[in-house]
Design a protein around this ligand. Structure first.
Ligand code: TXA
Ligand code: MG
Length: 353
């Protein structure tokens, strides 16, 4: 058991001495959790294989699922990757710093363990003062998966990180809740046309405005487990975002969804099964169940994304047996939300009509 150091930092104007404390830990091969604009990351020196191995161990993450490498200056890409296509430079200019991860062919300076033996690497420049200052002060690229135990919802507050990783990591930089709430979009630029492997904080609509040809991997909108040969991103094959409770996702027109969810909740209640409902502002009042929480308004999908992982954890903490979640439109930030909810449910999806 390690002593995990908690350092509160101002997200707008981070205290340099606290950032330096974190940076010294990274330089010595230690593990530091830090806020980004998407979710909290768990950082280690990406070029130090022992540190990255410790990162996998702390998270209990399978070794075949590589983390994203975080940089503070887009020129760093050329030290880590080759065959950086022209359109990549355009995309970096448009979207970095920001919630977009790019996949490139990788150079051998990156240890094998950091890329899980793949010949490609995932890189992003986060848009958060604490993250950027930590990378700059560490003087190395920082490998950082989300700072949760493998399989759990990603952390959007330092408290979530603490719940999962206290005693397993060296420090947590607490910069308050994250603003986007779901992880970055992963865009594969090692293939042509570029392909979105994971929907996230950068919408598909925004990518299409800059790229005339970009595709969604079938996994992004999958409604059931994909066969192994279709898997492109290692993260696709592992269980994800799963609270302790069973999750059921109900999709369809709102009025039908409302009816179906109440019907399910009533049937469970008769069997003494404790139910939590993840509703929206527009529907919340119409439900009767042990726990009913709203993800936000259907007219602001960005707020729903911001609340999603926190509410999955909060409802789970009420010791419900089943969480029933409302589906929302798969447009804009809704695409990432629906992808996470489908995975969290283990593809237990009910179509209401
Ligand atoms: O917003 C985010 O992306 C957060 C913050 C901390 O930056 N990080 C994050 O990392 O979500 P992680 O490790 O939880 O997710 C990284 C995803 C995984 O699905 C992984 O399989 C995929 O990126 N990935 C990493 N390297 C890859 C590669 N070379 N090819 C395809 N997918 C890759
Ligand atoms: Mg993760």
């Amino acid at each position: 058991m390690k002593q995990t150091l908690l350092l509160k930092v101002n997200p707008e104007n981070p205290d340099l001495t606290k950032i330096q404390t974190g940076a010294q830990i990274i330089q010595k091969g230690g593990l530091v959790a830090f806020p980004t604009e998407t979710v909290y990351g768990l950082g280690a020196d990406a070029l130090n294989p022992d540190a990255v191995l410790a990162l996998f161990e702390a998270k209990k993450r399978p070794l075949d699922n590589p983390p994203i490498i975080h940089i503070a200056d887009s020129r760093e890409v050329f030290k880590l990757a080759y065959e950086v296509p022209k359109k990549a430079e355009l995309i970096m200019k448009e979207f970095w710093p920001g919630p977009l991860t790019l996949i490139f062919k990788r150079l051998s300076i990156i240890p094998n363990v950091t890329v899980a033996g793949l010949d490609t690497v995932a890189i992003r420049m986060p848009k958060h003062k604490v993250a950027l200052a930590l990378i700059e002060q560490s003087g190395c690229p920082i490998a950082a998966p989300s700072a949760n135990l493998a399989g759990k919802p990603s952390p959007t507050t330092a408290k979530h990180v603490y719940e999962d990783l206290n005693g397993r990591i060296d420090a947590i930089l607490d910069g308050g809740p994250t603003s986007i709430g779901v992880e970055s979009t992963v865009l594969d630029l090692s293939v042509d046309p570029p392909m979105v492997l994971r929907p996230g904080g950068t919408t598909f609509e925004a990518l299409k405005q800059v790229l005339d040809n970009v595709k969604l991997h079938p996994f992004v909108e999958a409604e059931k487990e994909l066969p192994l040969e279709k898997i492109k991103s290692p993260g696709m094959k592992h269980r994800h975002y799963a609270p302790r409770a069973e999750v059921i996702l109900v999709e369809g027109p709102v009025s039908a969804v409302k009816r179906k969810i109440q019907e399910l909740a009533d049937a469970y209640a008769l069997k003494d099964v404790k139910v939590g409902i993840l509703a929206t502002d527009e529907t919340q009042k119409s439900y009767e169940a042990a726990i009913v929480k709203s993800l936000g308004s259907r007219f602001n999908l960005g707020i729903i994304a911001q609340n999603l992982f926190r509410l999955l954890r909060e409802v789970d903490a009420e010791h419900v047996d089943v969480i029933i979640a409302e589906g929302i439109p798969s447009e804009g930030m809704g695409l990432a939300v629906m992808n996470r909810l489908r995975k969290a449910s283990g593809y237990h999806i009910i179509k209401a009509e």
